[in-house]
Design a protein around this ligand. Structure first.
Ligand code: ARG
Length: 504
């Protein structure tokens, strides 16, 4: 079994992972009492000198108590290293860092500094590269910088420390006090269940166990540090990037690998180039009616980016949620064919300069009206949808979830599959499994029925978590094909596996 291979591997690394209890017993479930965290960490007892909190700040002053949405590490008094994904929808004027913070409800001794520029890795989100740098508007006087790991340093097997104000368990509580936990850097093979989502060159796989269970970062810890603790002073080697759920022993935390030479050089860049900033929302102009042409007006930008466009459309269900989201083109204009009737439309503007890529979506227009038969000379008659029915501005999500089967078992001839779906857009809202018998069916016509596909809808068991239970099956081998879908109708690529139903 795969798990056993991974366990053996980790144990040879000297990591006492999964040693005591079977994986299931260690899973952190919603509502489980958690003593401390990150997940299964402990209260840091005070600020961590190199760690800052990222907070939103209109006009430089954040809300209090601080609402920490991500973290960062001090590189020097005017630069903070964080994750690019923390900065996807936020620009320098929206951001501040809080140094010397311990409890989010206590501002005494903290220092708030606004952000002057945001830089994200030019390739991100491609190939991992989840690196962001903040150039601060003033110099920090509190906190101390963490030195950066050297390029090409070997990471596997090294001890580290993670810390943050993120969730105490998957879908769990938000702590008030900074949490920390020791972890080990795992071999890349420990993250193999992520498949191609795990890019070994730009990512690190790390985790640990404590008496309370599996140790991991969780939502809200992103951008924060993984420092090495086998160095004289703690050295920044990883940035909290992503995971499937939190503290799932099958899916350790994934961190940005700062020993990658390219990431290392960029993290050290003396003057990181500023990413472009939109001066306002882009707008869709024109009449949303079939036969008409819409234009994506990108508005004005600071930082001279190169602009490109993606048109998106969707249908709206009774609840006002978009579904069946589609990409319709990449030109600045879109002519509305009759196939666009009743769909709402928007455009993404993608702005690229040396400081990274900033994507921003226009307000949704439509639904697209069916063009009236225009009588010559009365062209002024307004088509029904000339006043766009504002569709609530729900962003149209074009990212399909990634579904994986993370647990499987067959007992008493019934099989149970746990499906974990990750989605950087909206979370997966449904999943299903299609199964087909592979063995023991007669050849020919009768066998055909035996080999037919059966579909089972999955039960939702949490955010991005689904469980499928089959009826009693014949003793045979089956192939399962699993897919997950989000609210916008984006369907994951199928994940397949085969399972044998044993005699007992
Ligand atoms: N992406 C998450 C965030 O935005 C961090 C997730 C880390 N998850 C994990 N299981 N290690 O905060």
């Amino acid at each position: 079994m795969l798990e056993i291979v991974i366990r053996a591997l980790l144990l040879t690394l000297g990591v006492a992972l999964l040693a005591a209890a079977p994986a299931d017993a260690q899973r952190i479930r919603t509502g489980d009492p958690v003593r401390g965290s990150i997940v299964n960490g402990t209260d840091a007892g005070g600020p961590i000198a190199y760690q800052v909190a990222l907070v939103e700040a209109e006009g430089g002053s954040p809300k209090f108590p601080f609402e920490v949405f991500c973290a960062g590490t001090i590189r020097d008094p005017t630069h903070v290293i964080t994750a690019a994904h923390c900065l996807a929808d936020l620009d320098a004027p929206d951001l501040a860092v809080v140094a010397n913070l311990y409890r989010t409800g206590v501002r005494t001794n903290t220092e708030v500094v606004p952000v002057a520029a945001v830089t994200t890795h030019p390739s991100w989100p491609a190939g991992g590269n989840d690196l962001g740098i903040l150039t601060l508007a003033g110099a920090l006087t509190k906190g101390t910088a963490a030195p950066l790991v050297s390029a090409n340093e070997t990471m596997t097997g090294r001890p580290g420390l993670i810390s943050g104000w993120g969730l105490l368990s998957d879908e769990g509580a938000i702590p008030d006090a900074l949490q920390q936990a020791p972890v080990s850097v795992y071999a890349d093979s420990a993250c193999r269940r992520y498949g191609s989502d795990y890019v070994a060159a730009t990512m690190l796989c790390a985790g640990g166990t404590s008496p309370g269970g599996t140790v991991d970062a969780c939502q809200g810890d992103s951008g924060g540090p993984l420092v090495l603790t086998d160095t004289l002073s703690k050295t920044l080697a990883g940035i909290v990037s992503f995971g499937v759920g939190c503290a799932d022993p099958d899916f350790p935390g994934v961190y940005t690998r700062l020993a990658n030479p390219d990431l290392n050089a960029r993290a050290l860049a003396a003057d990181p180039p500023a990413r472009a900033i939109p001066n306002g929302l882009p707008t869709v102009t024109g009449t949303p009616a079939t036969g008409q042409t819409l234009t994506c007006d990108p508005g004005t930008w600071t930082g001279s980016p190169a602009l490109s466009f993606v048109w998106l459309s969707a249908l709206i269900n009774a609840a006002g949620e978009p579904y069946d989201v589609r990409a319709d083109g990449t030109a600045q204009q879109l002519t509305l064919s009759s196939a666009m009737a009743r769909r709402v439309v928007t455009c993404d503007v993608i702005a690229v300069n040396a400081g990274g890529t900033r994507t921003i979506q226009a307000r949704v227009v439509g639904p697209v009206a069916t063009a009236p038969t225009v009588v010559q000379g009365t062209a002024q008659s307004t088509p029904a949808a000339a006043t766009p029915a504002a569709s609530g501005g729900t962003p149209l999500d074009l990212t399909a979830p990634v579904a994986r089967v993370t647990r499987r078992s067959c007992a008493k001839r019934r099989c149970t599959l746990t499906i974990t779906a990750r989605d950087s857009g909206g979370p997966a809202t449904s999943a299903r499994a299609v199964y087909r018998r592979l063995t023991g069916c007669a050849k020919g016509r009768r066998g055909k029925r035996c080999r037919a596909d059966h579909t089972i809808a999955a039960k939702r068991a949490g955010t991005g978590l689904f469980v499928v239970r089959t009826p009693r099956l014949a003793i045979a081998r089956y192939r399962f094909t699993v897919t997950a879908k989000d609210a916008s109708g984006n369907v994951s690529r199928p994940a397949t596996l085969s399972l044998s139903v044993p005699r007992r």
